[in-house]
Design a protein. Structure first.
Length: 369
């Protein structure tokens, strides 16, 4: 990161003009005090304890002197770019390809960054609105987690020197999560859909990128996100059996719409516009790319088993997931996936500790000579 890039604000890095400096979402819900101080759910209290124990500091845990690659910032496989291998790609100059990879990856990280702010605001809404103290406790730790995630992704974004605003589909789903006066809809949109999608998207970078900085940021954030999805799961699993069939139906309809919305509309036409590439053609290449199709299905890996677990498993949902080709994820063991997220993050810590010890020994050796 050069000093010039470092001193820019995210807004100054936006690759599209006239981005609003703020977004106001009007709210109409009750803030609820719990005078029972109800902390009776052991599962939530256990998760809260974990949330407290596992706080980490992006300043300490990540070595920010590590850089991105100048030609392929996160060192991702070229196939992950939607137009790789097409006649259009073949015609691009080396610099055009570098620009496309840089902007595509920066857009991706920007959506994470923008989504993290969505999560911060949603978690704080849950603190205010959820009726019981145990859920308020956990949502408070999540709020802090999300602030730290924004910090980490902001630092990573600044390494790119370019950023993108929140896409319309993400903004519309976050808007739904915030405007609805029913507290569980916030969980459903944020903890189940957006954080579920995010977990799968973070995992792709963690597991496929060859850049250590990009790997670490995503691995560490995932360690927390797995808990956030668990929070949604535990809270809704307790709540949904208490609702009527008609009320559960409404939630299923919301969920189906949200899933289709994120699958079909979450594209980045603004990248191609900014780079002067034919937008319609590029989007079509993305639609037809086998790698992108696989990636889109994979995005639902963390959502489908959780939806089944919270009891929103009526015919409407099952049909939607069957049509989307993702119903096969229903029986995945999400707890095992979360344990794996945790141990991968710890492996990164162990590697860093090893490298630091080797450097320290080397320095001591030099000093002793
Ligand atoms: Fe987050
Ligand atoms: Fe989160």
């Amino acid at each position: 990161m050069t000093t010039k890039e470092n001193s820019k604000t995210i807004r100054e890095m936006y690759a599209v003009p006239d981005v609003d400096p703020a977004w106001h979402v009007p709210q109409t819900y009750d803030g609820i005090f719990d005078f029972n101080f109800d902390t009776s759910r052991d599962t939530l209290m256990h998760l809260y304890q974990k949330g407290k124990d596992m706080q980490w500091d992006a300043v300490e845990r990540i070595d920010w002197t590590q850089e991105l690659d100048p030609e392929n910032p996160m060192e991702m496989p070229l196939e992950s770019n939607p137009i790789y291998g097409t006649p259009l790609w073949d015609k691009l100059s080396k610099q055009d390809r570098i620009d496309l990879l840089t902007h595509g990856q920066a857009w991706n990280i920007s959506q994470f960054l923008q989504g993290e702010q969505g999560a911060l605001i949603c978690a704080s809404k849950i603190v205010t609105q959820v009726p019981t103290m145990d859920a308020k406790f956990y949502a408070a730790t999540q709020t802090m987690d999300e602030a730290r995630h924004i910090e980490a992704y902001m630092n990573l974004q600044k390494k790119f020197g370019v950023a993108y605003p929140m896409t319309a589909p993400l903004q519309s789903l976050i808007n739904d999560a915030l405007k609805d006066s029913r507290w569980d809809i916030t969980y459903l949109a944020m903890q189940i859909v957006i954080e579920g999608l995010a977990l799968a998207a973070f995992a792709t970078i963690r597991d496929v990128s060859q850049n250590p900085l990009a790997q670490q940021v995503n691995a560490y954030v995932m360690q927390d996100e797995a808990r956030h999805v668990m929070f949604g799961r535990l809270s809704l699993r307790d709540y949904y059996p208490q609702l009527s069939d008609a009320e559960r139906d409404e939630r299923e309809e919301f969920l189906v719409d949200a899933c289709y919305h994120m699958r079909d509309r979450f594209q980045g036409p603004e990248i191609y516009e900014r780079l002067g590439l034919p937008v319609k053609e590029c989007l079509e290449y993305g639609e037809n790319s086998e790698t992108i199709k696989l990636f889109r299905s994979f995005l639902f890996q963390r959502i489908v088993p959780v939806v089944k677990d919270i009891g929103l498993w009526g015919p409407r949902i099952q049909k939607a997931y069957t049509d989307m080709g993702v119903i096969g994820f229903a029986d995945l063991d999400v707890d095992a996936l979360h344990d794996q997220d945790d141990s991968i993050a710890k492996d990164f810590d162990a590697r860093r500790a090893y490298v630091n010890s080797v450097i320290k020994e080397g320095n001591e050796g030099v000093a002793a000579e």
